[in-house]
Design a protein around this ligand. Sequence first.
Ligand code: FAD
Length: 478
Amino acid sequence: MSDTKRSDLVVLGAGPGGYTAAFRAADLGKKVTLIERYPTLGGVCLNVGCIPSKALLHVARVLAEIEELGELGIDLGKPKPDPKTIRQFSEQTVSKLTGGLQQMAKQRGVEVIHGTAGFSSPHSVTVKNKDSTTEVSFDQIIVAAGSRPIPLPASLLEQSDDPRILDSTSALQLNPMPKRLLVIGGGIIGLEMATVYDALGSDVTVVEMQDQLIPGCDADLVRPLAKRIKDRYQAIYLNTRVSAVKLLKSHIEVRFDGDSKTPDQAEFDAVLVAIGRRPNGDLLACDKAGLRVDERGFIPVDDQMRTNVPNIFAIGDINGQPMLAHKASHEGKVAAEVAAGHKSGFEDRVIPSVAYTDPEVAWAGLTETEAKQNSIAYAKGVFPWAASGRSLTLGRSEGLTKILFEPDTQRILGIGICGPHAGDLIAEGVLAIEMGADAGDLALTIHPHPTLSETIGFAAEVFEGTITDLYIPRKKAQ
Ligand code: FAD
């Protein structure tokens, strides 16, 4: 069956970028069609990304707390996690959210078409599903088709469809639950899933080709996490590449090319490939619309989310780094507003990053690594959580809060936090940077006691030299 439809605005892809753009445009009076190839809305984030992974990480935290209770004299015995029930919890969480999106699309009069879309011209896409082909024409389109996991190259692994080779999507299924799991890639996604599998009883090994976990984050922020997981995991190999993956009947043999601490090879029961994601710009027949896609698959945009074709916008993972849901949704609003004739723009000065590991690691704005690389002058205040009453009451002392300041103005340039709930705490720093706050603004803000949020005020006090919750010897006056 073939059909034709017309719309003011088409949104291609219903992830956090796409559904936000579609809903905002509908609220601004546009007739919107949202096209999605999967049966539910919400994209990678809701279906196979942020939400299911955080549901599993919640289970991992509860299991860790049961373990920690042992140290407090409460022995609940060894937990017996049931992957099927845990998976159901994650799936139910996801379906509550995706069901809500479907409902809100209906309430706003956004027409949803399920099928795979590709451009047929700058003003039309062809949408195919198993029953029909629909040609949808439009005045404007917002491309929000996201990204996909990068598989291991065929030179390392010939047969990638073996169920023991996991990616970030299949790993959420917790099936199989391997005794020995290798995680290739020590970035955020790899380490979050490592946290889950470790809690559920797998012996986890992580291999990372760079010299630290979570490359791109300051080393001092990652250190408490690295220390904790070093004690828990089977092994962590840094500066190491995987040079071959051999699928044998009884196990998987992996060869490593690393430094003297890394063995030449080791055996595993499953391998999770978490080596990054690539944008889907190469899958949309963009050439038929004259739409520029770069060599990596990204669709370049300006700060109004416009591509090289005036009526085509691109948002989210498909237009560039960082590939994060909150970047996608904010860009979605900008694109919808610009499409509706508003003078909106996207300022990406502060996009926070969070690893929901245990402990969590979060950072925003300028990092020390970037400051050093680009010779940017900075001063810093660091507050160790070993001196935080709240942190100690949680049985945790390894965290830290670090704030970078502009030396002349004392304005906040960047913030990094490692410790439980760092992902929630970082928001205060993000707001401070957005508002152009300085050290005094943070230090003089009365934070509730005892909370982890106090550590932000304390880090500013360390910088100012007014801290009383630590003793920092003064330099003698010259
Ligand atoms: P997507 O969410 O990828 O949505 C794109 C949609 O387009 C998909 O639904 C896809 O089916 C559809 N589509 C693609 N091509 C077509 C086509 N041709 N026709 C029709 N439909 C099409 N980010 C965070 O900020 N916080 C987190 O905690 C976090 N955790 C993550 C955990 C995991 C395991 C993963 C994999 C990712 C995580 N991310 C996280 C990243 C986050 O999921 C993405 O940045 C976000 O989903 C990007 O949104 P998007 O709208 O650009 O694209």
